[in-house]
Structures are given as C-alpha cells and as structure tokens.
Design a protein around this ligand. Structure first.
Ligand SMILES: Cc1cc2nc3c(=O)[nH]c(=O)nc-3n(C[C@H](O)[C@H](O)[C@H](O)COP(=O)(O)O)c2cc1C
Ligand code: SF4
Ligand code: SF4
Length: 280
C-alpha cells in the first residue's frame, strides 16, 4: 500500500514506478483527506509494505502528508502460520521524497510522526527530480531536467530493489548542507509566512478551461461567473495550479510571468490511468 502526494507529477511518477515493481497499488493522500476522517485505518496483508511518496516543501514533508500520517492506524493480518510480517508484527515502511536538490531532514520529520503511530521508518530515500518551485528560483533548464529524469530512472530501479528485499535501516537521503537548520528553522517560517493563496492572481490570457480548479488537491480554487479562478484560503503550496495552467496565466506575486513552468511528462497519462481504476 503506497500513499502519495503530488503537485506536478514527479512524486506520482515515482510512486507508480515503485508500485509497478512491487506489484502494489497507490493511493492519493489528497483524495483520502477529502474524506475528512478522524482516523485512517488499514489492515495490511502479512508481507504487504507501507510506503509514502511525496515532494519536499522547504526541507520538510508537505503539511497534508504529515496530517495524514498523524491519523494513520495500521494493522497487519497474520499469515497462515499465525505470525505477522516484520519486527514485532510491524510492516516494512519506506518513504521516498522527491526534491529539486536536497531534502534537509524531511525523512526524519516523517519518521517522528510515524513513530507516534507505532510505525518504524525502515527505508528512507530521496530522489532528485526537476524543480517545480519558481519563487526566488526558476525551473531547471531542459537539459538539467532531462538529466535528472534519466538519473531518476536508474535510482528508482535501485530503490525498488532495496524495497523488494525489505532492507531495513537503509538511509539513501540527500540532506544537503545545514539540513537541521533548514528543517528546524526555515521550514516553520515557510509554513507561517509563505503558505498562502494571497499572492496568486490570474492574467488576461486565462481561457477559463477549469484545469486549475480540477487539479487543486485542497479544492481551494473556484471558477467564477466571469470564468476566471478565485482562490480560497486553504493551500498546500504545491504549485500545481501555477505549473499546470496550459497558458501560464497564473502568477504568484511579481516575476513569475518571466519564469518557466514544469510538469512531469507522464502526469496526464498517469492521472487518466488512476481515473480508470476508480471507475472499473
Ligand atoms: C513549496 C515548494 C517548496 C519546495 N522546497 C524544496 C526544497 O526544500 N528542496 C528541494 O530540493 N526542492 C524543493 N522543492 C521542489 C520540489 O520538491 C520538487 O520539484 C518535487 O519533485 C516536486 O514534486 P511533485 O511534482 O510530485 O509535486 C519545492 C517545491 C515547492 C512547490
Ligand atoms: S488553468 Fe489557467 S487557463 Fe485554465 S482556468 Fe485556470 S488559470 Fe484559466
Ligand atoms: S491553490 Fe494552487 S498551490 Fe495551493 S494547493 Fe491548490 S493547486 Fe496547490
């Protein structure tokens, strides 16, 4: 059972690749959180794994991922031998965070939350993928993005093998410089001051296509009578709306009109596949 969150498709792609390798299924954290449950209880098969795949936001997991993990209640079915899988009947748990450069202590933050739910994070992985954050930075050049996607293919195969072996105690993360400082000091400031919809605005090129409204994971965007999006208060800062607008009409503050946009090349295909699964 692999839970994923994504804004622009990198994490969805990574989750799908691992699920394909392991013969497992993926579940959208955003869609599950729509159910607004107090507790999310799942009973895993004896040797079933538990995975979390998501992007790094300011050197920590997105808040929606932590909120979900905090409500998890996991049990494992005993096998025919009457024993449950893993140490003390606990399932094998992994996290895979996708980042433009480095994760800081993202995996440690998730590890602590999972520990409160009685789960050990057995394998922690980070995967460099194209950057989608265009505030203060820009997207990667085409060459850099292509290089990252190619390198990610190889790494995903290796990560898949480690997960397949149920390798415990493995930490293949990319902390970067001063990881503790970034996660402990800058991330709370990011959550307090940057996570907001206040600076979103739309320019005249908007066609009213409704894509931003459809893809927002927290349903904060509404297309109004004049066929333009307006933003409510909730936001995970995934930048899906900004990056996925086909005419680049969504801006954030000043300067994003001169920046590039990024989405994983397989995002639309993967989303269609998931929609088909639901209607099957
Ligand atoms: C709000 C925000 C903050 C980000 N912070 C970081 C960061 O701290 N370190 C990093 O390497 N990448 C950072 N990124 C880049 C994303 O983690 C990266 O592009 C990721 O693969 C996007 O995944 P997705 O396509 O599944 O949404 C950030 C992106 C966003 C939108
Ligand atoms: S995705 Fe872009 S073009 Fe479509 S409604 Fe939203 S802002 Fe307008
Ligand atoms: S408003 Fe945009 S950035 Fe915020 S959660 Fe929705 S899609 Fe993501």
């Amino acid at each position: 059972m692999i839970f994923y969150f994504t804004g622009t498709g990198n994490s969805l792609y990574a989750a799908s690749r691992i699920a394909e390798d392991q013969g497992d299924r993926i579940f959208s954290i955003a869609k599950l959180m729509d159910l607004k449950k107090d507790v999310y209880h799942y009973e895993l098969e004896k040797d079933e794994l538990l995975g979390f795949v998501f992007p790094v936001f300011a050197w920590a997991p997105p808040k929606i991922v932590l909120d979900f993990a905090e409500k998890l209640e996991i049990s494992t079915k005993p096998g025919t031998d009457g024993k449950s899988e893993g140490v003390g009947g606990k399932p094998y748990v992994f996290s895979l965070c996708t980042c433009g450069d480095e994760e800081g202590r993202t995996s440690q933050v998730l590890r602590k939350v999972l520990a409160k739910r009685g789960l050990d994070l057995d394998g922690a992985f980070s995967l460099r993928m194209p950057n989608n954050y265009i505030i203060g930075f820009d997207v990667d050049s085409k060459e850099v993005a292509a290089g990252k996607l190619k390198a990610a293919e190889l790494l995903l195969s290796e990560i898949g093998k480690a997960i397949g072996r149920r390798q415990r105690g493995i930490d293949l993360t990319i902390p970067g410089k001063f990881p503790g400082l970034k996660t402990a000091l800058i991330n709370p400031m990011f959550n307090r001051f940057a996570v907001s919809t206040k600076s979103f605005h739309v320019d005249d090129t908007c066609t009213g296509c409704g894509i931003c409204e459809r893809i927002c994971p927290v349903h904060t965007i509404t297309i109004t009578g004049d066929e333009k999006p307006v933003w409510g208060k909730d936001c995970t800062q995934c930048l899906g709306c900004v990056n996925r607008c086909p005419v680049r009409a969504i801006q954030m503050g000043k300067g994003t009109d001169r920046k590039g946009r990024y989405c994983h090349p397989d995002l639309d295909r993967l989303e269609r596949q998931l929609d088909d699964q639901v209607t099957e």
